[in-house]
Write a new protein. Sequence first.
Length: 183
Amino acid sequence: MDTYVPKEGQINYIDVSSQVSWDEYFMLEAMLASFKSKDPNTKVGCVFVDKHNHQVTMGYNGAIAGVDESKIPWGNDRSVSMEFQKYGYVMHAEANAISHSVKSLESTRVYVTLFPCNECAKLIASQRVSEIIYLSDKYRDTPEIRVSKKIFDLSGISYRQLKLKPDLIPRLSGYLSGMLDQV
């Protein structure tokens, strides 16, 4: 390890750096938000961030606020009537975050664990969000996602997939385990 040599007039200065980039940090927050979802099939989280890297709002896919979640169907069998599918009752992470935001989302970035569907793309574009940073695009070949990308392209909203460093999650796990050892 290199020894730090202070510059003239500096006392008690040490070179420091963060363990994660801003992109990684906010995607980890979106991943943590997704962990709150009760959806048995797909858990999605998102975080909206302003130009100063301050979180504006966050959300995860879940039941409408105030609804007794134990009384709604959580199955995804689309062969049954909508009233017996989760899709009739569950809000997507992006819609949840937008509906709970108390500040303007104009020019924000959204970090989302799954590329937004066409319905959420409409909401995001209407808010004039500047960029979508996503983790997974597993539905990329569906008409809904093709429409989403067209909405973003027509709105001038950029989007890019974030590839996390392979060692990020193991490092985070080790860090968290170390914190628990101190308790």
